[in-house]
Design a protein around this ligand. Structure first.
Ligand code: AGP
Length: 617
């Protein structure tokens, strides 16, 4: 959602903050702004709607800003439309205090009403301006920015990450975090310090990171970072050293990050397996898992909880965990789970799936588990993220490298493999998987990156060609069964989010209970039909679509000679264990969505209205 960057040091804050905001562009936003302070030039604020380039142009032509302290923000509108007045930073009543925020102030109307009665006037419709005014009120009482922010956060309801600056204390920024409105990470430098909502914004400058936890506040000056709780208790925290490959976060020769990330999948799949497989001994080892064999044996029910694409991974995970580990699995949207008082007990495990590790609903589900003393494990990509830290049972890292494209691709396939490994690990602890069958599973996993590379190589040209038939479609239907039903959902989501074509994923058997009414000769129907136990059922569904004039694009197993006689187009995938087919069947669907979106001239990496990390409800 919103991106936050702040700097205190001797360099030019404008360059550092703008550069940081550029690194957060993938999060998605509609406007941006920056405030910089210099002793001689005073407080300089520049804001613009649109992409960051528009802010940069304004900084160059209309409002050049420079100084050694500054803060900037990219906004994803929640309260108030996309206007310059609503863009952050916002100021208090007398204009000496500046605030940027990520999150939502749930009680802002009540707070604003009170301030209006006291004679305050507002320039925007945002909830953040209310925070700035409150900090101003408390500053006048306490003459301390730290105390003013502390008192203000005491009045807010919701999840908020806030950074504040006062011209009366120009040597510092005060950052604070309330709830799960995304992270606040502080970069510790040499004679300069940084704050951001996400590490990539500041990784060019330092690898030493401090993470603010819920209800913590930090005073950031050039030489020091002091953390305390909102109640005022000092917190001692040692920075974590983050390793990061800047090349991995660059687009290289690819046109889009999404395209790069699709093609990175064979490498990413190798990385999620690396060091975790003992083929000779027939064992799986998950290095960060804190649940021992005994704890794994105790589990009698798993809640798999996630959002969006990660939720589709959880749906596939259910098949893996139930089949291999023989544990009952319930899958839930995190946004539903958190509000329906789920029945948890000491033998329940909460298993979350999240690329960013910062999705607000997923974090809330994990907090619910923690409050009920239920173990949680996070299948997560972002190292050191909030989900990784909240998981008392440990993270299972995806090791997919940075995923910048808003549409998740490589993290999805890595989630499937990470979950497969976890299912095998539980099976091992429970004595369900003797070394011989285990070796067969491990062998299938080892062969997977090569097979993924083969699919990408063979299917790319075909998918690009198919684009010409289907890029102007207004709707599409995706059908799959069993473990490939979530792939139908995922294929439809990929198409929707980047090409804005309406698409629906359905269990193929459900088609005749409604969606069949949609079929005519203008509807592309994507049928995922690898050769498995329900292949023949899928074949009947293909026949039913064809009988009504629909266009069938089928994903089939190599060597299948029957499906090509029925479908309009067939894309082949190599054979693998049925439970692992989703890792391969999803690849052509990603490619197809990508090419269709490019053909339609859509902004593939930053689709409209979407944000990479969803940190508000
Ligand atoms: C994926 O293509 C999406 N844009 C989105 O659904 C995403 O998967 C979801 O927001 C969950 O994010 P997370 O994995 O970072 O928790």
């Amino acid at each position: 959602m919103c991106g936050i960057v702040g700097y205190v040091g001797l360099g030019n804050a404008t360059d550092i903050v703008v550069n940081g905001l550029q690194r957060l562009e993938y999060r998605g936003y509609d406007s941006a702004g920056i405030a910089v302070y210099d002793q001689d030039l005073g407080l300089q604020i520049c804001r613009s709607i649109g992409k960051l380039g528009m802010l940069v142009a304004r900084l160059q032509h209309d409002c050049p800003a420079q100084g050694p302290v500054g803060l900037g923000h990219t906004r994803w509108a929640t309260h108030g439309g996309v206007t310059e007045d609503n863009a952050h930073p916002h100021r208090d009543q007398d204009g000496t205090i500046v605030v940027i925020q990520n999150g939502i102030v749930e009680n802002y109307l009540e707070l604003k009403g009170r301030l209006l009665e006291q004679g305050h006037s507002f320039k925007s419709q945002t909830d953040t301006e209310v925070i700035a005014h409150l900090v101003g009120v408390h500053y006048r009482e306490t003459q301390s920015l730290e105390q003013a922010v502390r008192r203000t956060l005491g009045e807010l309801r919701g999840g908020n990450a806030v950074v504040a600056f006062s011209v009366n204390e120009p040597d510092r920024l005060v950052a604070a975090r309330l709830g799960n409105a995304g992270g606040v990470v502080i970069g510790v430098g040499d004679g300069e310090n940084f704050v951001a909502s996400d590490m990539p914004a500041i990784l060019d400058h330092t690898r030493e990171m401090l993470f603010l936890e819920n209800r913590e506040l930090a005073i950031i000056t050039r030489d020091a970072v002091q953390i305390s709780t909102l109640e005022g208790t000092p917190v001692q925290r040692v920075p974590t050293h983050m390793s990061w490959d800047p090349v991995a976060a660059a687009k290289g020769d690819y046109k889009h990050f999404m395209q790069k990330e699709i093609y990175e999948q064979p490498r990413a799949l190798m990385d999620v397996l690396r060091g975790r497989i003992d083929q000779e001994g027939g064992m799986v080892h998950l290095e960060d898992l804190k649940l021992d064999d005994d704890a794994l044996r105790q589990i009698d029910r798993i809640y798999a909880v996630a959002c969006g694409t990660a939720w589709h991974a959880a749906l596939v995970g259910k098949f893996m965990l139930e089949t291999l580990a023989q544990v009952r699995v319930d899958v839930d949207y995190a946004s539903e789970f958190r509000y329906r008082q789920p029945l948890l007990d000491q033998r329940t495990l909460l298993l979350t799936f999240t690329q960013s590790g910062e999705t607000v609903d997923t974090l809330a589900a994990m907090e619910e588990a923690r409050d009920q003393h239920v173990h949680s494990v996070a299948i997560v990509n972002a190292i050191g993220s909030q989900a990784a830290r909240l998981a008392d049972g440990g993270p299972i890292y995806l090791h997919a490298g940075p995923e910048i494209g808003v549409a998740s691709t490589k993290c999805f396939t890595n989630m499937l493999v990470a979950c497969y490994l976890f299912a095998l690990r539980i099976a091992q602890a429970r004595g369900l998987m003797p070394p011989a069958p285990m070796r067969e599973h491990l062998q299938a996993l080892i062969e997977l990156p090569g097979k993924a590379a083969q699919v990408l190589e063979q299917a790319a040209a075909q998918c690009e060609e198919l684009t010409e038939y289907y890029y102007h479609a207004s709707d599409a239907l995706y059908l799959g069964r069993q473990v490939n039903y979530p792939i139908a959902l995922e294929g439809a989501l990929k198409l929707k989010e980047i090409s804005y074509i309406h698409a629906e994923g359905y269990p193929a058997g459900e088609m005749k209970h409604g969606p069949i009414a949609l079929i005519d000769d203008s509807l592309p129907v994507l049928c995922i039909a690898p050769r498995d136990g329900i292949y023949e059922k899928m074949l009947s569904n293909v026949e039913q679509v064809k009988a009504r004039g629909g266009h069938v694009i089928a994903i089939a197993s190599e060597g299948d000679t029957l499906l090509p006689t029925k479908a309009d187009h067939v894309i082949f995938i190599p054979e693998t264990i049925p439970l692992l087919t989703p890792v391969l069947t999803v690849l052509p669907l990603q490619l197809l969505s990508y090419y269709i979106a490019v053909r339609r001239g859509c902004d593939v990496d930053q689709p409209r209205n979407l944000a990479k990390s969803v940190t508000v409800e």
